[in-house]
Write a protein that binds this ligand. Sequence first.
Ligand code: NAD
Length: 454
Amino acid sequence: MNIVNPATGAIIAAVQQDDQSSLESKHNNLKEGQKEWSAVPLQKRIEILQAYSKLLAAHIETLAKTLTDEVGKPLQQSRNEINGSISRIEWLTNNAKKYLAEEIMNASAGMTELIRYEPLGIVCNISAWNYPYLVGTNVFVPALLAGNAVFYKPSEFANLTGLQIEKLLKEAGVPENVFQVAIGGAATGEILLSLPLDGYFFTGSYKTGKYIYEKVAPKMVPCQCELGGKDPLYVTDDVEDVAAVASGTADGAFYNNGQSCCAVERIYVHEKVYAAYVDAFVKEVQSWKIGNPLEDGVYLGAISRQSQLEFLENQVADAIAKGATLLTGGKRIEGDGYFFEPTVLTNVDHSMLVMQEESFGPIIGIMKVSNDEEALQMMNDTSYGLTASVYSTNRKRAEKILAATDAGTGYWNCCDRVSAALPWSGRKHSGFGATLSHAGIRAFTQPKAFHLRG
Ligand code: NAD
């Protein structure tokens, strides 16, 4: 399997793809490994994951360079991602004992009732490419902490990073047979779905997630899907510094070229501040440096997948055909790599693809609204439900709107952020189940109830 650098179009490496027999043999390894790993004391497992985190920090420059070469994001954003992973591991390892320890629920008159959090067994992690360190960390770190073995399938667009993760986990002390990597695309994923694994944790698109959920259902094992989003953001009329809000929210829409599950994908602005907001927003977008992701100061690198260029051009064409105004951008940048101009559309409405289907690229539609009710109605008019954001000086006003949104996360005066302490969880076509937080540690366990008389 060839690895292509999306910033140059050049083949930079080749990796050996797995097949049925190599995956079966890795599965057998994991069966052995899991028994051994679940017997390792939790404190030791915590220390091993902490050692992995230290290795990430020690090798950050090499790892960031590989990530950038493979997915096209600016080098500083690759470093940010690895640092983000390190801080999530810190939270997960610091809280593992609290949420994995045996819990005595009742102890009275000769009867003790307690819960033990047993591992699921072999956890399958089918992962995405847009933040391979972060989305991987959300799954394999708590899974390993809880005593599971992990079959990790990095995206076919992030293979080199997947292999580096494996190398460092093993260097940190995760036994060989406890973490195995499956290399390949959909065909490799299909084989993993056919194996009798004990839980499936998927990060990716709604289309693949739906397919996986249906395919896993007869196994009667846990399945979690962290999927895409069409995340709305509403700027009310009481914001004080419109220009600052515009530049902060533009970052929420365009960071990592908009290839974030929680990227801002739709913006609604109160009519009283609309003109000033749009003006400042476009100025901000036009100030960014686009190009070689290894170069200092570049904010927009390459789009990770070539096929996305045509997809984005279609969204732009559809919007313009239905009456949208293109304020800046709108097309691919010709050259060797896969680059797309940051694109801002106004006069948009919900008949347009750009306001309905996940763009996953540097493109945004901004719509004028006249009050909170209209904004809320627009925000909820989506098949997705990952995050929603409100900018306002009035917390009560913002919280009232956020409480009424059908999304797993609400942001007041912020957006496009994830905290390890809080559940990361979608609704509707954004998926179900949670990673991170106490819920995301226990997701990798099966609670066993003990009724102990005597
Ligand atoms: P994708 O659905 O194309 O692929 C995801 C993974 O599924 C890859 O590893 C791929 O090889 C595998 N796969 C594809 N077909 C398969 C099949 N038939 N059987 C088994 N596995 C199969 O998604 P992607 O392009 O890698 O990621 C982008 C999507 O992920 C976006 O929609 C984004 O919003 C979403 N995402 C969500 C979160 C979240 O936390 N909610 C985080 C990151 C990305």
